[in-house]
Design a protein around this ligand. Structure first.
Ligand code: THU
Length: 138
């Protein structure tokens, strides 16, 4: 990935992290999804007093990108408030597999000093996706 675009994406994820609403876990996550024309859609985790209603940063970013009809997501950066990189929860892996199947995934620790590059298929091996439904004629 182009280093300038990568820096922009990482900065967007760090900025998004500051919008996290995480009064219960105090674990602020930021995500930023880039599409082919360079536009970036960002998201943060948004918690709720009814805990299960919480939504993760990755899904906020990917749903925003989808709603903008801006085309395929080419890269997704995720920053967690951890000393070393953490990886997305299972629910987000499933959504990444569906909405950003060809994206370059970049995982970052709290200060961005550690970066791990991965892919949707690596995060969700043998993932269930649209292909399985199509095989059933749906
Ligand atoms: N969280 C995310 O935003 N993304 C993940 O992939 C893992 C977890 C959020 C959900 C919750 O608000 C907090 O982190 C602690 O689980």
């Amino acid at each position: 990935m182009d280093p300038v675009a990568l820096d922009q994406l990482i900065n967007a994820a760090l900025a998004a992290q500051r919008r996290a609403y995480a009064p219960y876990s105090r674990f602020a996550v930021g995500a930023a999804a880039m599409v082919a024309d360079g536009h970036i859609f960002s998201g943060a985790n948004i918690e709720n007093a009814s805990y299960p209603l919480t939504i993760c940063a990755e899904r906020v970013a990917l749903f925003c990108a989808h709603m903008a009809a801006a085309g395929p997501v080419t890269a997704l950066a995720i920053v967690t408030p951890t000393p070393t990189v953490a990886s997305p929860c299972g629910a987000c892996r499933q959504v990444i597999f569906e909405l950003a199947p060809r994206a370059q995934i970049i995982l970052l620790n709290a200060d961005g000093s550690e970066r791990r590059f991965t892919t949707p298929a690596e995060l969700l091996p043998y993932g269930f996706g649209p292909d399985q439904l199509e095989a059933q004629g749906r």
